[in-house]
Every structure is written in C-alpha cells, then in structure tokens.
Design a protein around this ligand. Sequence first.
Ligand code: RB5
Length: 164
Amino acid sequence: MYYDFLGRQIASSKQSIMKIAIGSDHAGYEEKETIKKQLEQMGIECEDFGTDSARNSVDYPDFAALVGNAVTSGKADRGILVCGTGIGVSIAANKIPGVRAALAWSAETAKLARSHNDANVLTVGARTSTPENIKEIINAYITSQFEGGRHALRVEKIAQLEKK
Ligand code: RB5
C-alpha cells in the first residue's frame, strides 16, 4: 500500500497508480519515444503531450506546461519531461504550483527524487545522458516510493512556499 505525504492511501500497487504524462521538445523527442516503449513494457499507461518530431524546433516551456498541468489536475499521476539538458523543462514545470520537478542524471538521483522529494515530475537530458543511463533513471523513478516521515514535513514546506 502506498501513501502520499499527508498519509492518504493512494494505491495498492505501483502499476495501479501509474498514468504518466510525457512530453519533450525537439531535442528530447527520440528519447521520449524510447521512454514510452520502456513504460509500455512496464505496463504503465502513458499520455503523450508532444512534441511529435525531432525536426521542428519548438519551445520546451510549452510542453513542460502541458505535462505539469496534467499532473496537478490529476489527469496523470506523474510526469516525465525530456529536453536537451533536462534543465529547461525542469525550470518551466516548477513554475506550476503543485509541481515538484526533479532533474535526474543517475538511477540514484531518480530514486532520491522520489523517496525524499516526492517528485511528481521527472526530467532528463537527452544530450547529457546516454540511452542506457536514461533507461536506468526511468526504472528507478518508477519503482521508487516516497518515504514520508521527516521528508513529508519538508515537502509540505515546499508547498507553503507557493502560498507566499
Ligand atoms: C534546445 O536546443 C535546448 O535548448 C533545450 O532542449 C534544453 O536543453 C533547454 O534547457
């Protein structure tokens, strides 16, 4: 059984909580497609918010907004965003109240983003991580759970910052 930071029961298995909103800019398009296949193999439902090509240059904040809003509206349980570095989508998504987007560059940082920060959006850099690295990052993010406890208070303090 899993609980959110307020102690509310949210699911009985990892699969049942998982609907992922995914998005990228042109720089992250190919990796987004690969991640979608990985999620499918893990039995996780995925909604793709674009972009739909690596050829046309687009603006990463547009896709960060679509994915971030899908998560905070409850349309998706979590989000995954890819751009060249993962930095731009992370900065943009974190402007949306309720989003806790974390840029992960290793399985360890992805795991900690879930277990300590309850990150509801994961961002990765297509130009700064290898395909194998991204695979490990996604796997760690999906299979890790928020630890709650002392971390819940800290996550709540993040939420309070949005109200100032
Ligand atoms: C696009 O060229 C690139 O700037 C973008 O994908 C991202 O890396 C921004 O943070």
